[in-house]
Ligand binder design. Structure first.
Ligand SMILES: C[S@@+](CC[C@H](N)C(=O)[O-])C[C@H]1O[C@@H](n2cnc3c(N)ncnc32)[C@H](O)[C@@H]1O
Length: 302
């Protein structure tokens, strides 16, 4: 603690603060994976937030002497990140998805799904953008996937659904922040129970999929996230089974469904040994996301 104090006095610029935070975070063995995957990026999030810097701030600004209030606030946030193990996004109420800023708090998971990459590619080659009229994002949380889809499919209507009223309140904030208008609707629904009966061209979902064994060994950072967004029974497939059983009734003939199951991929393949899952690949990391066509989904129940 005393060596900590001593070094704090020497921190005079934003760059000093970032590099010091990186070192402190590495020493404290924090877990990263809530929007960043390393100590330096986590440090940048906190310090840049305090100084109001964009990510492409100039070197010159990074090296100017910091005002005492901002210096003290940055040190306070860095210490909170270590003491509480709260992911940086919850400390600053901000996360990024598809390059856009989202409001987040502990009512929703911090957006991090690799599905972002598929949205940016408009799900090519699996579907043609001009054929897409209706999109459903099941288990929407902060609304990031639904709002991302609305941006990349400017002619489509998007429904985002969640069982959690609290999560939907956050999705509502993001809908306003992104000025999504009437094309995006958020509804409260237990999986498909209250979904407007439409035929969707794309159903996309990042549902809860953490199995009991993984739940028991998650790093402390995950304990700040709503467990409703993570835990999914002994094999992690509680919600995914329900999605697969009913999805066929909500898809157009040429529709596709894309679902993230993360570490539960193996359990899913064991549960549906004959299912023709396409496991998607990602340029920027991530796995455990499958795609099925409407025909393939309907075939699962035969
Ligand atoms: C893994 S989080 C994903 C949030 C968001 N789609 C994302 O990618 O950041 C899963 C979400 O599913 C919701 N959820 C849990 N059980 C559900 C259910 N039975 N029906 C609908 N949503 C559910 C949780 O409230 C949570 O917001």
């Amino acid at each position: 603690m005393s060596s900590n104090k001593q070094s704090v006095e020497t921190l005079s610029t934003p760059r000093d603060l970032v590099l010091w935070a990186e070192q402190q975070f590495n020493n404290a063995n924090l877990f990263f994976g809530h929007g960043t995957d390393n100590a330096l990026d986590e440090a940048v999030l906190l310090v840049f937030h305090v100084f109001g810097f964009p990510f492409d701030v100039s070197d010159k600004k990074l090296d100017l002497p910091a005002e005492e209030t901002e210096r003290a606030r940055a040190i306070e946030l860095i210490q909170q990140r270590i003491d509480t193990r709260k992911p940086a996004s919850y400390l600053i109420n901000k996360a990024w998805f598809l390059g856009k800023e989202y409001y987040v708090d502990e009512r929703v998971l911090v957006p991090r799904s690799p599905i972002a990459e598929l949205i940016a590619e408009q799900f090519v080659p699996w579907i043609t953008e001009s054929d897409v009229t209706n999109i459903l994002d099941l288990c929407t949380g902060s609304g990031c996937i639904a709002l991302g889809c609305a941006e990349y499919f400017p002619e489509a209507n998007v429904v985002g659904s969640d069982i959690s009223k609290e999560a939907l309140a956050v999705a509502g904030i993001n809908k306003q922040q992104h000025e999504a208008g009437s094309r995006v609707e958020f509804v409260e629904s237990d999986v498909f129970d209250n979904i407007p009966q439409k035929q969707y061209d794309i159903i996309v979902s990042n549902p809860p999929y953490v199995d009991a064994q993984d739940m028991a060994s998650l790093p402390d950072e995950f304990k700040h996230e709503p467990s409703l967004g993570l835990k999914a029974g002994s094999d992690g497939l509680e919600i995914v089974h329900r999605i697969l059983q009913q999805a066929g009734q909500f898809m157009t003939d040429k529709g596709i469904i894309v679902v993230e199951v993360g570490n539960s991929q193996e359990a899913l393949m064991e549960a549906y040994p004959k299912a023709p899952f396409t496991w998607l690949e990602f340029e920027y990391g991530g796995d455990g996301v499958f795609l099925l066509t409407a025909e393939q989904v309907k075939g699962l129940s035969n």
